[in-house]
Design a protein around this ligand. Sequence first.
Ligand code: KIV
Ligand code: ZN
Length: 513
Amino acid sequence: MTEQVKIFDTTLRDGEQSPGATMTVDEKLVVARQLEKLGVDVIEAGFAAASEGDAEAVSRVAATVSQPIVLSLSRTKRSDMESAIRSVEKAKNPGIHIFIATSDLHLQRKLMMTREEVVEAACWAVDFAKQHVDYIEFSAEDASRSDREYLTHVFGEVIKAGAVTLNVPDTTGYAMPTEFGDLIRYLVENTPGGKDVTWSAHCHNDLGLAVANSLAAVRNGARQIECTVNGIGERAGNTSLEEVVMALKTRADLFADVTVGVETKQIFPSSRLLSQITGIAIPINKPVVGANAFAHEAGIHQDGVLKDKSTYEIMRPESVGLESNRLVLGKHSGRHAFVERLKDLGVDLSEVDVVKAFARFKALADKKKNIYDEDIVALVAEDVRAPDRYELVDLSVVHQAGGAPQATVRLRVDGEERSDSETGDGMVDACFKAISRIVGRSPKLERYQVNAITGESEAQGEAACSLSDDGTRVNGQGVHTDVIMASALAYVNALNKLEDRRRRRAADEVGGI
Ligand code: KIV
Ligand code: ZN
């Protein structure tokens, strides 16, 4: 008899705590719909008490998706619990995720509470939530650095109060796989009532062990893994959904007692979509979804793969939604073929202005002979991003020999066209300065990078940048056949996000966890 390992996706909560990864409510809805298509079992849609924007996002996700359980995170405070309960009211399958720290370090230095006070607060919160919502998950923050016996006591008490899923976070990414697996087994065996609940693993990746720790947890009785698309999250991130799912599927021989319900062909579209929305580029060597994940460079490897793919490939690219023949459309492809391809790629057509996207596709096909899936996903991503206050209209750069390059930029600001010029240390620098001058803001450029999204000389450039201003950090992303244009689009996209953040900074915002 096999048991299911539930996939709990926290891209919209812990993932959003990644520096600069803040998403608008509309962007979160797009991601949530894709997560439903991906077949995750639980969506942690946010932390409703953090801000009005978070509460709205949770409640709109709750009203939109129907298959997964939709949760809001909550501290054990009454006001948090009330926001969380309100935010999931419209969900078909609502739930509340309550957490409090259990390590002595956190109790003494952060919460200033005794062990018994923590147990009391946890039970009060679970009991309170249970009066409104059946599905309650409880997390013992910093569990991997907590006293084991005390953990069994806390978990035992919250089970009595009505928690049905018990989460064991390795909050600081400190645990080693054998140690973490052992902890899960100990908790399952020694917690009163522990055999009747679902145990969950929530691992951070500070030592690069989040996936290994999650797998060790499953080997030792956990039946839920908390993870994020592309592994985004606080600091070094969370367990990567695509890696942990493909590890369980690829090594089903070692995990014969469990199954996982994810629709793996939606992995690649989900990964690209999130990267486009957050502006966080996918490292080229990222397992499963990186550009090189299925590329074979060495002659011996290429020879082997040509003879028999299994010589060097342990997974099929098609199984994660990456077609092996990725050349899909060209200049002569019609609207019908374009729309069919969008559907195959898992794009939600209700989110996309197909007429405009097709016009963008035709314009791209005039410049670029081969259009790949990545190009198409990039084309439609523009429609799912934050509403834009600033829109790049035109850009030209002149570079006279011996002189600094000069960029002239035309920008639409709140519908009105404005233009300005600036010189800079390079062409990109000149563009960024001209744009800053038009919008009257000079945020700090924290990071800037350009990649080719497909591997050919005429490939589109994908530029990503991080800007910070007033203590807020955002990522921007832009795609174009001209890398200077892609860079300017990324910069403008980041400025739009800064604008959006400014608007959303509600008075009662308490930030992430
Ligand atoms: O890492 C952590 O401990 C968390 C909890 C809130 C579950 O994210
Ligand atoms: Zn976490």
